[in-house]
Design a protein. Structure first.
Length: 256
C-alpha cells in the first residue's frame, strides 16, 4: 500500500464509485478465468444498492441515465486492460498491466477484500489501518498472500485465490469478521469458481449486524437509520481500541 500515490481524505464522485464497481466485477471474473463481456453491475439502469450506506438518500436513487453514465459490453470486456491501475502481484498500483494468467484457474475460490467506510471519502488514515489489519488476518487464516492489491481513491481492494472447499473458506472468513476487533469494518466476499458469492446464511450464520444498534445491517442501511456522523464516531472508537491493543512494548503503535 503506497500512501504517497494519492492525497488522502479526498471525496470521490458517484461516477468514480460506479466505475470502481465495474472494475472490481471485471477483475473478480478475470482472476477466475471467466468471460467478462455482457453484464456489469452498472449496465442496468438502476439506483445504487443499499449497501452503499455512505451515500445520501438522493445519491442512492440516481440512475446511470441521471448521471449521463453509460457502459457497453465491449467497453466492459476491456475494462481491466484500459485501467490506469496496475494488476500486479501483491503490489500497489503503478502501471497498466494484467496479472499473470497462471492465476486464472477454475479450481480456486476467490476472496475479495474492501473496507467499510461510509461517506464520499473512501481512502483515509482509518481505512488504511483497517486494510492492513484485514490483509494480515486473511493471510493468517488462509496461508496465502493476495495475488493483487489496489490502493485507490475509491478504497483499498485485495484479491486472493485459494484452493479448498468454498464453504469452509467462507466459514473461516466469517470467523475473521466476527472475532477480529476490526472485523465489523472488513467487507470480505468469498466467491465460488463461477464468481457467485457465498452468503453467510449458506454456512448457517445470521446476517451481519449494524455497528450502532445491532439490528440487521441491511435494514439500517436501507432506511438510513443512523447518521454518517454517528457511524463515523463508532468507527473511530473501534479503531482507537484496536490501536490501543496494538501498542508495542515501547509504547508505539505497531503498524504491521
Amino acid at each position: 500500500m503506497n500512501e504517497e500515490n494519492f492525497m488522502m481524505d479526498e471525496a470521490i464522485t458517484l461516477e468514480e464509485l460506479l466505475e470502481s464497481r465495474d472494475r472490481r466485477w471485471t477483475t473478480e471474473r478475470y482472476l477466475l478465468g471467466l468471460h467478462t463481456e455482457g453484464y456489469s453491475p452498472t449496465m442496468a439502469v438502476r439506483g445504487l444498492s443499499s449497501t452503499d450506506d455512505g451515500l445520501s438518500s438522493a445519491d442512492k436513487h440516481l440512475s446511470l441515465t441521471d448521471k449521463g453514465y453509460s457502459s457497453t459490453a465491449a467497453g466492459l470486456s476491456s475494462a481491466v486492460a484500459r485501467s490506469p491501475f496496475a494488476l500486479t502481484e501483491t503490489s500497489s498500483v503503478t502501471s497498466p498491466q494484467i496479472v499473470d494468467v497462471e492465476y486464472n484457474s477454475s479450481r480456486h475460490v476467490e476472496i475479495v477484500l474492501t473496507v467499510v467506510m461510509p461517506g464520499r471519502v473512501k481512502r483515509n488514515a482509518w481505512s488504511m489501518t483497517v486494510a492492513r489489519a484485514a490483509v494480515e488476518a486473511i493471510v493468517g487464516a488462509t496461508g496465502e498472500k493476495p495475488v493483487m492489491e489496489r490502493d485507490l481513491r475509491t478504497g483499498f481492494e485485495g484479491y486472493w485465490l485459494v484452493e479448498g472447499d468454498a464453504m469452509e473458506i467462507k466459514r473461516r472468513i466469517c470467523g475473521i469478521e466476527s472475532s477480529h476487533i476490526l472485523g465489523r469494518l472488513f467487507d470480505i466476499d468469498v466467491l465460488r469458481p463461477d464468481a457467485t458469492p457465498i452468503s453467510r446464511q449458506e454456512v448457517g450464520l445470521t446476517p451481519r449486524r449494524c455497528l450502532i444498534c445491532g439490528r440487521e445491517a441491511r435494514h439500517c442501511m436501507r432506511s438510513l437509520a443512523h447518521s454518517q456522523e454517528e457511524i463515523m464516531k463508532k468507527i473511530a472508537e473501534i479503531i482507537e481500541e484496536y490501536k490501543r491493543q496494538r501498542v508495542n512494548s515501547d509504547g508505539l503503535f505497531d503498524e504491521r
